[in-house]
Write a protein that binds this ligand. Sequence first.
Ligand code: ADP
Ligand code: MG
Length: 274
Amino acid sequence: MLDVRGLRKVYEGSGRRVEAVRDLTFTVGPGELVCLVGPSGCGKTTLLKCVAGLLAPTGGEVLLEGRRVDGPPPAMAFVFQEYGRSLFPWMRVGENVELPLRQKKDLDRARRRALVRDALESVGLSDAAGAYPWQLSGGMQQRVAIARALAYEPRVLLMDEPFAAVDAQTRADLEDLVRGLWRERGITILFVTHDIDEAVYLGERVIVLSASPTVVREQLTVDLPAGRDQLRTRVDPRFAALRTRVYEQIQAAKRGDVPEVPDALTKSSTPPPR
Ligand code: ADP
Ligand code: MG
């Protein structure tokens, strides 16, 4: 579905040169939910922007269903970290969700309205269509951003630390919402987070990134049952083992250790059955 090959990104300008991403290679299979985890500043947002076609890579390429991405593909939607800045405050919730649909010329007004209604219902906000974003809590605003992405009917959903700024209880609810939507709708999801527990809880696979300049440090298959539960899953010994493994990898990455895992192991990974 998604192929990232030798991706490299160097920011240059105003006398400053930052090599944000050195060499990233990984794939995401159709219908997979993959979490990318790495320390703050390691280039996660940069990587997602390159995948989304919002930023041109310095080297390497991104392929979506075999075709090179060189601008935002219609099959992709993006949920950003800062919900406060991603919704238009002068538009009602329903209008915010509908806005990107106006680009799809084949959708008439009735169909657009139906998609908006359905998306808001999916995130539990049927009653909020007429409200303004600033009348809602942070968690609700992020639900609106998710609804906006869903209404667009993407085949690939990119999420950049979408729950980093909400309280713990809301965050748990939103994690379950994402798992639920993924299982219902069969979308391919690439979810970025700096939170190890969140990565293991949500993902079917976790890709651990090194500190900047970023490379893939390890890929782990999360062999936990598909039906996850905030209480039971998090006390499952297997969950603890996986999070420990990811934690160790991130600590080692911060120290700059060379990965112990041979390339052959980190590069090829078949998606687990759903
Ligand atoms: P993360 O999302 O993992 O926190 P980012 O992708 O935002 O990391 O940033 C990775 C590195 O690239 C950081 O060192 C950051 O300062 C740098 N960077 C990000 N955006 C730009 C930009 N537009 N211009 C220059 N440097 C940037
Ligand atoms: Mg970021």
